[in-house]
Design a protein around this ligand. Structure first.
Ligand code: PLP
Length: 424
């Protein structure tokens, strides 16, 4: 890729220089600028602010304040930071709370939804959903009793969600539709409002997994009249490995739904130590046990950065970046045998793009081991490039494509063993 061409490195640098959001990159710990990190859709980068925050939480709050910390902000942290996340996903502050892992929250809300729709025994989902979600839904159905089933509607091409087939499949026996808003392999993004409306016409509840859309694009839960949602904070929210997840319950549903893991932190007054459970009146009833304060507070600076940049502006930047990436793809990668395994139209895509290749796994290994590019790989052939609009740049994408080309043209991938165990 010569420098003077439309697709050259100079153009990438000019696009970066012209974009006001590029400055947010400096708010992250980046001590190795030659490493091209395109896995923020799996584990987001470390915000600089988090380093100081954690030091303060450990040294001052835990170290000096000890148990008094619970009365000095720890107890409210899950609702307080949840309220900030609400600002990223189009919900009211009192509709979102941080808790547990995404899988656990999915269990809680799916079980609650089934109980709220007695007599209906079908949970509807698709085959693009994240496997943990399917496993949890299968467990929920088993626990609910005989006759309960998870019906998986297949995608026709493995890229686009079967939105119409799902809408048609919803009937009077469907208790719940549970889907990833942005699917983890192709990045396909469902029309949340359309599908929710179709479900509501049949009296069915909808539960959205926002793990790949929160912080990646503006989500409008209230605008879509969404019932329930869950999501993680370690991807685009930059909360850190294993950071606590969040859950959303629309305000008018909160008292109608029952937390199936009714623990003391969701009790109306935990420090009454009453022997019988009475749920807290609002979103706090969906908590169970003691929140992991260190990781909870570590997740806050990442959320603050997204709020400061603004999801609408970040989305515009994400689309500019992915549009540029697809220009590079068409010019340089498609001729080398790569396929686009994501929707081409950004309106139907989250913030990651998947390229397919018959040698995808070995190419991915060569990128990581030889070329200092970190994407990830999802079977059968997806090289997934996560575009985190807070810190990824046009230059990142340009360099990644350049290195991807040399892996294929110089056949560097041939020396990598595709059976080797990989973490990403
Ligand atoms: C879409 C989606 N849902 C659920 C999960 C699982 O999240 P957790 O491990 O927090 O339960 C993931 C993990 O990557 C995911 O991508």
């Amino acid at each position: 890729m010569s420098d003077d061409s439309l697709l050259g490195a100079a153009r990438a640098a000019a696009l970066d220089a012209a974009d006001p959001l590029t400055a947010f990159r400096d708010r992250f710990v980046i001590d190795d600028p030659d490493l091209i990190y395109l896995d923020g859709n799996s584990l987001g980068r470390l915000p600089r602010e988090t380093v100081d925050r954690l030091a303060g939480v450990v040294g001052d709050e835990w170290g000096r304040r000890l148990v008094r910390g619970w009365g000095e902000g720890w107890f409210e942290a899950a609702t307080r930071i949840g309220g900030k996340i609400a600002g990223l996903i189009g919900a009211a502050e009192d509709e979102v709370i941080m808790a547990d892992a995404t899988s656990v929250n999915l269990f809680k809300l799916a079980t609650a939804a089934l109980r709220a729709r007695p007599g209906r025994r079908v949970i509807l989902t698709d085959d693009l959903n994240f496997p943990s979600d399917l496993y949890v839904l299968q467990g929920v159905a088993r626990l609910a009793g005989p006759g309960y089933t998870v019906r998986v509607v297949p995608s026709t091409d493995g890229i686009h969600g079967p939105a119409e087939a799902l809408a048609t499949a919803i009937d009077a026996d469907t208790a719940l539709v549970a889907l990833s808003h942005t699917v983890f392999k192709s990045g396909y993004n469902y029309d949340m409002a359309g599908l929710t409306a179709a479900a509501h016409r049949a009296g069915t509840l909808v539960l959205w997994d926002l793990s790949h859309s929160a912080g990646a694009l503006p989500v409008d839960l209230n605008g879509a009249a969404a019932d329930l949602a869950v999501g993680c904070t370690y991807k685009y929210l930059n909360g850190g490995p294993g950071a606590p997840a969040f859950l959303y319950v629309r305000r008018d549903l909160q008292t109608a739904l029952d937390n199936p893991i009714s623990g003391w932190i969701g009790q109306r007054d935990p420090f009454d130590f009453a022997l019988d459970y009475t749920p807290a009146p609002g979103i706090r009833r969906f908590l169970t046990g003691t929140p992991p304060i260190l990781s909870l507070l570590a997740a806050e600076p990442g959320v603050d950065l997204l709020l400061e940049a603004g999801m609408v502006r970040l989305r515009e930047r994400s689309v500019r970046l992915s549009t540029y990436l697809l220009e590079l793809f068409d010019a340089y990668l498609a001729p080398l045998g790569f396929r686009l395994n994501s929707p081409r139209d950004p309106a139907w895509r989250g913030s990651h793009v998947s390229f397919g290749h018959g040698d995808g796994l070995r190419i991915n290994l060569a990128l990581i081991r030889d070329m200092r590019v970190l994407p990830d790989f999802r079977r059968p052939d997806n090289i997934r490039l996560g575009i985190a609009p807070l810190y990824n740049t046009f230059t990142d994408l340009h360099t990644a494509v350049e290195r991807l080309r040399s892996v294929v043209i110089d056949r560097l991938y041939e020396r990598h063993d595709p059976t080797a165990l990989q973490v990403t």
